[in-house]
Design a protein around this ligand. Structure first.
Ligand code: XIL
Length: 486
């Protein structure tokens, strides 16, 4: 059996990883690691989505809901793409036009379209300094922080279970040479606004990958160094982050950097996935085609570069249409850049490893109630009070709250003897209730709530910390947390 017929016959019914193994066997090549090179010149996929799926990746597009009535547009979308990013429909101004009044009609249409066609959804974006509703302009400090956290919680909760990856925070770093944060109303609420947004997003949708997304971070430069340091710090402190999105808007003045692949790789080495999230390349002809090809080849060389999204479908759909930056012209005809992209996808590369399970012990069982239409809270099972602190461990709490709800993150640190099980007591004010917890089992009611370790995080070495969290309704905890050996 020649390799082309082996791959061709396997494509229709066999999952990508098994298919990769079959190709190796058929060609007599022993697969090393997860790298699979397809036979040169072979055409494994006839569409972008099918070609990307050969190595376990998706190929997506930013989609605008008002174009779903254009049959030419939808025809290309449904034929070529396996992921959808909301171009504007999930941004803060679109989803919360008045304080705590949420509008999901447009975003829901996009998600329904994606689901009906077996596409993934990338949510974009929960917290960003641009495209905010007008009402945030008068807010600052705690009021703005709480409004942002409420927004993150409500939107991520609304879409819980339907989003593959969220751009939780977009474009928070400055363009200049400082490597520091961009000044914005959100940044002025305190440096920890980004981690607070990520914790709230994790609490609201534990199954979604949580990403930081930015532009001009595509090569190593002061801005990407700043993002790199933040991701490194988040990983060290257990702040939930799963991925970094690289927008990859390229122009003649800002072409694909020479170290594009190396830059993606250094982020992957921190323990996150990477994705290309808004790819477009100004220009035309072979130079544009070459740039697209370079980007695709860089991603496919890295097993944890899990997908590529272009920032629209036809040049005329682009937010910078005069740059003709996309893969289809205004008539929907495939450009040279389309062919080079498809060829690069079909040239093969690393295969994406399976996604590890989310870090929660159990999925949340209740939906945090929106303030506009409160849901009944559940009554937690009865419990006995946790023992008083016994010197074996300590617990410290960090709290993000908004009117009617909160997210608490608790760090348990073992004493000098280490621990093989722990229980944390944390009284809540009357009327407050826990709606879900992650990395801990909770029990008890307001004045008497306790959290026990789950299977994987009971044993902690001397002086080492582990983190759990919970979300609740009402006011958050104000008292001291106790920690005891259990
Ligand atoms: C753009 C949209 O494509 C336009 O329709 C809108 O008018 C402005 O925003 N970075 C991002 C994207 O993260 O959401 C932006 O999209 C482009 C820059």
């Amino acid at each position: 059996m020649n390799p082309v017929s082996a791959r061709g016959s396997g494509r229709r019914t066999t999952p990508p990883r098994l298919r990769a193994a079959l190709v190796s066997i058929a060609t007599g090549v022993v697969a090393v690691g997860t790298t699979v090179a397809l036979a040169s010149g072979a055409s494994a996929g006839t569409t972008l989505g099918a070609a990307a799926a050969e190595t376990g990746r998706y190929f997506g597009a930013a989609v605008a809901v008002n174009r779903l009535s254009d049959s030419g547009y939808v025809g290309i979308l449904n034929r070529e793409f396996t992921s959808v990013t909301a171009e504007n429909e999930m941004k803060w101004d679109a989803t919360e036009p008045s304080p705590n009044q949420f509008t999901y009609t447009s975003g829901d249409k996009l998600v329904s379209h994606a689901e009906a066609h077996g596409m993934r959804v990338r949510g974009h974006a929960l917290a960003w300094h641009q495209q905010q509703p007008r009402w945030t302009a008068v807010l600052s400090g705690t009021a703005l922080r709480n409004a942002m956290l409420n927004h993150v919680t409500q939107v991520a909760t609304h879409y819980r279970g339907r989003i593959d990856a969220w751009n939780v925070v977009n474009e928070a770093f400055a363009d200049g040479g400082s490597g520091g944060r961009r000044d914005s109303n959100l940044q002025r609420t305190g440096d920890d606004w980004i981690e607070a947004a990520f914790r709230a997003a994790r609490a609201a949708d534990p199954g979604a990958k949580l990403c930081y997304n930015d532009y001009y971070t595509d090569g190593q430069n002061p801005k990407s160094n700043g993002v790199y340091a933040m991701v490194q710090d988040f990983k060290a402190r257990g702040v939930p982050i799963d991925c970094v999105g690289f927008q990859s808007h390229f122009t003649a003045q800002s072409p694909v950097p020479a170290d594009y692949q190396a830059n993606l790789q250094r982020f992957v080495d921190l323990g996150v996935e990477v994705q290309i999230t808004e790819l477009d390349v100004e220009g035309s002809g072979s130079s544009q085609a070459d740039s697209y090809s370079r980007v695709v080849r860089a991603c496919l060389a890295i097993s944890r570069c899990t997908g590529i999204t272009v920032s629209g479908i036809r040049d005329t759909d682009s937010w910078r249409s005069s740059a003709t930056p996309l893969l289809f012209d205004g008539n929907g005809t495939k450009k040279a850049a389309y062919t080079s992209t498809l060829d690069a996808l079909n040239a093969g590369g690393t295969t994406v490893p399976p996604t590890p399970p989310p870090p929660t012990a159990a999925p949340p069982t209740t939906t945090p109630p929106p303030t506009t239409a409160p849901l009944p809270t559940t009554t937690p099972p009865p419990t006995t009070a946790p023992p008083p602190a016994d010197g074996h461990c300590t617990a410290s709490v960090s709290l993000s709250s908004w009117p009617g709800g909160f997210v608490a993150t608790v760090t348990v640190t073992a004493g000098p003897a280490g621990l093989d099980g722990w229980v944390v007591g944390l009284p809540l004010p009357s009327g407050a209730a826990v709606t879900n917890a992650w990395s801990a089992q909770h029990a008890g009611t307001a004045g008497d709530v306790s959290f026990r370790n789950v299977g994987y995080n009971g044993s902690i070495g001397a002086g080492v910390g582990t983190e759990f969290g919970f979300q609740g309704t009402g006011d958050g905890p104000t008292g001291t947390a106790t920690c005891a050996h259990a």
